[in-house]
Design a protein around this ligand. Structure first.
Ligand code: GCV
Length: 711
């Protein structure tokens, strides 16, 4: 057989054997339509030139070689000389050697991508002050090609708007993942430090491609074992693997570690022995991991130990740790997710009440990490009132990428719309434009220390995230962490062509489906400001009837307050007055029924069943219609997806089709359960024309689920 024929056959075999299992994420580098992007580009991309090498630059070159080979279907290799059409990787300090001066951003990790002339040769220049900046630039350049955008007039200047862009893994040491729906933890502690799985490298690469530069490896519900010498060695192995990709590792610090590991009688943050124990522990960590990022702490929250156990406050606890890591440039991310059953106040108010008085009392290297909303990552929440309320303390927003409350791994939810809504929410702390994004970036109050956290949705499933579309949420978090001003639509415009090899019309229908997907879930789970009405403890499915548990603030009836007269949590002056925690412009808007956005109506108001909505419907009918609409919208998503058969990868199509069928069942389950349950208070009929639930309330209440993941 002739060699060409053999190659052809092998290619065919290879192609037919290949189904897209999702492992390659958005870094697929499948062949693009070159005529489109190269038509105005005078020089063929010819080679890759880099002035000096390092581990990070080698990674960048390798990425370019592989990327270009896939995208352009030709080998473009490193060459020691610059040629017409070269892609030139240059650190700013090396520009003079080539007699060029191109401004690069001041930020160490910023970069430029530009068409320019070097030695009379037209080239594409990627330049930065740092190797990591160049790597980021390379990923951006490849992203441009993946989107088939023109490359003839490139003039890109990029720098991160938030310094520390961090994934929070809630991974336990036994490899279960709290609120994880994509298999077990990526970290194979048993074989670490000796064995570095390819996955760790691929994880770092994927994160670097979107600018994520930090990772908290394990759960905030912390286990002090991670701080023992044996486990620090394992952490070091991961840190060494991630370093060339610009990623630092962080760990959770269990506050009681001095007792558990140090055998001290106390963990009081003001006790000299405790202080010394932490100083020694920190020094031990930095000795093996010199660029260790620092600690995250969940203290005095949901049963976790903390400074209040010793009559101290959060600042006492945070500052004690901050002083220990300060000599090594470490940071402390102290979580504000605190609330207590014993405190006789609205849970939504408690974090503000505890933290606001501590503003300005934290050391310089402490950030207070605040969830996007005041309750807990609900499908929709108004922004947390702490944003803007602590101008003398750097605050960082914590977003949840994993879908604890948004359908776990069976529901298609593009969360960039939720993230965008939060980051663009205006606190009015310093007048109009005081957004949560600006506060997180430290730009409102001029903090040089800034960070953002996303609770990871990554596990050891072959496609990393369980639901294939959940990859878009990892991607979106990274992109927004880099630039919180991006829109969810822009991010979808990037992610879709990187993920699917399809035509424009199909891309558009995928985008429509994604853009509406989170609102669809709000409709069939928690419309009009309802919240926290999911299944007990595991949070799977509906549970509006949950009551009589050891903690009132873990029940649903606490949140929806439904009775024969009406429904909703009164957080105005006649109720808990949580609205007063917002700045006056916002407080007035939420408190006033004429101006309160309907999506937050029952978050802030307890209203009668016959309250008139803007649509003209009474509240009861409006609630029911949202539930039915949500389920219908899932049907719409199914239709869209079915029409994409043959237009997207067959494996993706099959998998998402099956998941959408499950999602539809779950939407109907939510709808029927909630409508029947609330009907037992409203005593009103389901509006005419809507189908009746196929079971009674008792049936839905009797459903029990064992072994729900992530619990
Ligand atoms: C890590 C919610 C989740 C918990 C989580 C907690 C937190 O309550 O259900 O699983 O614990 O938030 O953010 O600390």
């Amino acid at each position: 057989m002739k060699a060409t024929k053999l190659i052809f056959l092998l290619t065919l075999l290879n192609l037919s054997a290949f189904a897209d299992n999702g492992y390659r994420l958005w870094l697929k580098y499948d062949a693009i339509n070159q005529t489109k992007i190269l038509e105005n580009y005078r020089e063929e991309i010819s080679s890759i030139y880099s002035f000096k090498s390092s581990e990070t630059i080698s990674i960048a070159i390798n990425e370019l070689e592989n990327g270009l080979e896939g995208l352009l279907q030709k080998k473009v290799q490193s060459d020691p000389t610059i040629k017409p059409g070269s892609i030139v990787l240059l650190k700013e300090e090396d520009q003079p050697t080539h007699k060029i001066t191109v401004d690069v951003p001041d930020h160490e990790h910023g970069y430029i991508i530009k068409n320019t002339i070097i030695d009379q040769k037209p080239v594409i220049l990627i330049s930065s002050k740092s190797d990591i900046g160049i790597l980021y630039g390379v990923f951006n350049f490849l992203r441009i090609l993946q989107q088939e955008l023109p490359i003839e007039n490139l003039s890109i200047t990029e720098e991160p708007k938030i310094e520390n862009r961090i994934l929070n893994h809630w991974d336990n040491l036994d490899r279960t993942v709290e609120r994880g729906y994509a298999g077990f933890s990526l970290w194979n502690w048993q074989t670490l430090p000796g064995h570095i799985e390819q996955r760790y490298i691929d994880y770092a690469r994927a994160n670097a491609s979107i600018g994520i530069n930090g990772t908290v490896l394990t759960n905030v519900n912390a286990n002090s074992t991670i701080l023992t010498p044996e486990w620090i060695k394992k952490v070091k192995a991961l840190a060494d693997t991630f370093r060339p990709y610009g990623i630092k590792v962080y760990l959770p610090a269990r506050f009681s570690s001095p007792i558990e590991l140090g055998k001290l009688p106390t963990a009081d943050p003001l006790d000299p022995q405790v202080i010394e124990w932490w100083e020694k522990k920190v020094a031990e960590i930095y000795k093996v991991i010199p660029d260790f990022g620092g600690f995250i702490v969940k203290a005095n929250s949901e049963g976790q130990p903390g400074p209040q156990d010793y009559g101290r406050n959060h600042a006492d606890g945070a500052n004690m740790l901050a002083k220990a890591v300060a000599p090594f440039n470490g940071i402390i991310m102290w979580r504000a997710f605190v609330y207590s059953n014993e405190v006789p106040d609205d849970r939504a108010k408690q974090a503000y009440n505890e933290f606001k008085p501590l503003d300005g009392k934290f050391d310089k290297n402490v950030l207070v990490q605040v969830k996007n909303g005041a309750i807990d990552f609900q499908p929709r929440e108004p922004f947390h009132p702490l944003f803007g309320a602590m101008p003398n303390t750097p605050l960082m927003v914590e977003l949840q990428i994993t879908q604890e409350y948004l359908g776990m791994s069976t529901n298609l939810a593009y969360l960039a719309t939720l993230f965008e809504e939060n980051l663009k929410a205006d606190t009015y702390a310093k007048g109009k434009g005081s957004t949560v994004g600006k506060i997180t970036a430290g730009k409102l109050d001029n903090h040089s220390l800034s960070a953002i956290a996303g609770v990871a949705n990554i596990g050891n499933d072959i496609n990393w995230t369980g639901h294939p579309f959940a990859q878009s949420n990892w991607y979106a978090f990274g992109r927004l962490a880099w630039d919180y001003e991006l829109s969810s639509e822009e991010i979808a415009d990037e992610w879709i062509p990187m993920t699917f090899n399809t035509d424009k019309a199909s891309e558009d229908s995928i985008k429509n489906m994604m853009m509406g997907s989170r609102e669809t879930i709000v409709n069939y789970m928690t419309p009009l400001g309802l919240h926290h009405i999911m299944g007990w403890s595991h949070h799977y499915g509906p549970g509006p009837w949950i009551k009589d548990k050891p903690r009132a603030d873990w029940t649903s009836v606490y949140y929806h307050q439904a009775d024969n007269k009406g429904i909703g949590f009164d957080r105005t002056a006649t109720g808990s007055n949580a609205v007063a925690q917002y700045f006056p412009e916002v407080a007035r808007q939420f408190a006033n029924l004429d101006t309160c956005p309907e999506e937050y109506l029952l978050w802030f108001h307890h209203l009668p069943w016959d309250y008139k909505l803007k649509s003209g419907d009474i509240l009861w009918d409006g609630i029911v219609k949202h539930y039915y609409l949500g389920a219908e919208q899932v049907k719409g998503m199914q239709n869209t997806w079915n029409a994409l058969e043959g237009k997207v990868d067959a494996e993706w199509h099959r998998s998402v089709k099956q998941l959408l069928a499950i999602q539809y069942e779950e939407a109907v389950w939510w709808r029927n359960s909630c409508v029947l349950y609330f009907q037992s208070f409203s005593n009103r009929p389901i509006p005419a024309g809507l189908p009746k639930p196929d079971h009674d309330l008792e049936y839905y209440e009797s459903l029990e689920f064992k072994y729900v993941p992530g619990n």
